[in-house]
Ligand binder design. Structure first.
Ligand code: MN
Length: 499
């Protein structure tokens, strides 16, 4: 189900006919050469297709409207190769609702000092053209991404490739469909929000389902099916029996196998790619879905617990954005649980009662079946592991009543000092940037949740770009965060984004 459409990006050279046909032929030839080089680069995740030179209002408006209705077009990449009068773009840009990247590059890297003449300069005047082109976006208050630099520079290519992943997430956002089994946990504020506004802003569908509409799908799983999946678990993971009878342990595992199969059948049949549940409202289910949900998250479904519907949508968004990354390091739900406040070793232990995404796992993954201290069901089997180390981003989308805010904290994931043999959950441990103290303080000032959508593969900039295109506020907590200016930025954002 994580199969993402084979999206294409339209590469449009911006020019005009002031300098004759020969220049126009050169512009097109340069675009073909640049696109071929980009397509051959593994940092470019989707195919770039060269479109005819953009010359005048009629053809630009027609092309941008064609992009709007072309399903497999995820965005437009422009290149103001020569001077291209920007009034020609007003109608097209007002109509365009696909993402656009202003790729401010130039065919030649260096000024050809010995041979440069006026003809060369007229043909290769990106510095001139990109400014004219940029002006019209500013004038129209139209969002777009600017990627600046030489098209053979690996950093520039990586920046373009990263934006393409964001662009796909923007066009795929309207396909995010969240099934909510049960409502939000009693009295919890931050996981709730305005679902109508989420549909307006992000295109997300969020539907409620009675839990017992789901349970028949789990009950219908045959003994042979759940036994075969349990065999797969036993081949894939280590077992920690904790002294339990092996047959009794296996029964708990098979409950989860039936849940994995049954929940996925429900989601596929009803066309959902994300979901939430609630430990306090499990209907006829024997156990809280735990290992089952961990496996579904690893397959690419978004998930959030306790009726939280924003986190599953964000997790699904991250699964889309990281789809196909070679050696991807993982993304999914985390929950801030417990601090380590020892000087020099500060951090937050991230976990959940059981549903932590195994894509975070570093090394071996084991199955344990232990009681939950909450709820009234049997002991759920779940996957136990410790998380990867390295830089990551933790994000939280919150509803402030008059708007959504996306909070992004850059964190450094680490190993905990010692094993935690009594703790029956998967864990990740990290130190927020710029420090536990400042990062956590800023997070609380911003109103961030205890549930986060976390990625080891995405950058802060990719999430900021997504928020910009969605027209919502984003706030970043990183190595440069200073609490005094951070609070002032939040106050200013109330003026910019508040109603
Ligand atoms: Mn929770």
């Amino acid at each position: 189900m994580l199969e993402i459409k084979k999206y294409k990006f339209w590469f449009c050279p911006c020019t005009q006919d002031l300098y004759g046909d020969e220049v126009l032929e050169h512009v097109h030839a340069h675009a073909v050469e640049v696109a071929a080089a980009l397509n051959a680069d593994p940092a470019i995740p989707y195919e770039i297709v060269v479109k005819p030179n953009l010359l005048n209002d009629d053809t630009i408006t027609a092309l941008f409207n064609e992009a709007n209705v072309t399903d497999d077009c995820a965005g437009i990449i422009t290149w103001a190769h020569t001077f291209s009068p920007a009034k020609n773009y007003i109608h097209g840009l007002l109509d365009l609702h696909k993402p656009l990247c202003q790729f401010a590059t130039q065919y030649n890297e260096e000024i050809p000092y010995d041979t440069i003449d006026m003809d060369f300069m007229n043909e290769n005047q990106a510095a001139h053209g990109e400014r004219e082109f940029g002006h019209i976006f500013a004038r129209l208050r139209k969002n777009r991404k600017v990627v600046f630099g030489y098209w053979k520079d690996p950093e520039v290519v990586a920046e373009l490739g990263a934006w393409m992943r964001t662009a796909v997430a923007i066009v795929e956002s309207k396909n995010i469909r969240v099934a909510r089994f049960a409502d939000t946990m009693r009295n919890v504020s931050v996981t709730d929000g305005d679902k109508v506004e989420a549909h307006v802003k992000f295109g997300w569908t969020v539907d409620a389902w009675p839990v017992n509409d789901l349970t028949p799908y789990i009950d219908a799983v045959t003994d042979a099916e759940k036994s075969a999946l349990a065999d797969e678990y036993y081949d894939t993971y280590e077992l920690i029996l904790d002294g339990r009878d092996p047959q009794e342990f296996r029964e708990h595992v098979e409950v989860q196998a039936a849940q994995e199969i049954g929940i996925e059948r429900f989601l596929v049949e009803h066309n959902y790619n994300a979901f939430s549940d609630h430990f306090g409202d499990l209907g006829d289910m024997k156990e809280l879905p735990s290992l089952a949900i961990q496996r579904l998250m690893e397959k690419g479904y978004g998930f959030g617990p306790e009726g939280d519907w924003k986190t599953p949508a964000m997790v699904r968004l991250m699964k889309i954005m990281t789809s196909g990354i070679e050696g991807a390091r993982g993304c999914g739900l985390c929950e801030d649980y417990t601090y380590n406040l020892v000087p020099g070793k500060e951090g937050i232990l991230e976990s959940h009662m059981s549903e932590v995404d195994p894509s975070f796992a570093d090394g071996k993954i084991s199955i344990r079946a232990t009681p939950l201290s909450m709820g009234d069901r049997e002991d759920p089997a779940r996957l136990i592991f410790t998380g990867k180390t390295g830089p990551a981003i933790a994000t939280s989308l919150i509803d402030l009543g008059d708007r959504f805010r996306l909070i992004i904290n850059e964190v450094d994931a680490k190993k905990v000092e010692k094993p935690m043999p009594m703790l029956p959950t998967g864990t990740v441990f990290w130190t927020p940037r710029p420090s536990l103290k400042v990062g956590s303080t800023a997070w609380m000032y911003a109103g961030g949740a205890h549930h986060t959508a976390v990625s080891f593969d995405l950058s802060t900039q990719q999430m900021v770009d997504w928020a910009d295109e969605m027209g919502i506020e984003s706030v970043v907590i990183d190595a440069d965060t200073n609490l005094r200016t951070f609070k002032r930025d939040l106050q200013l954002a109330d003026m910019v984004y508040g109603r």
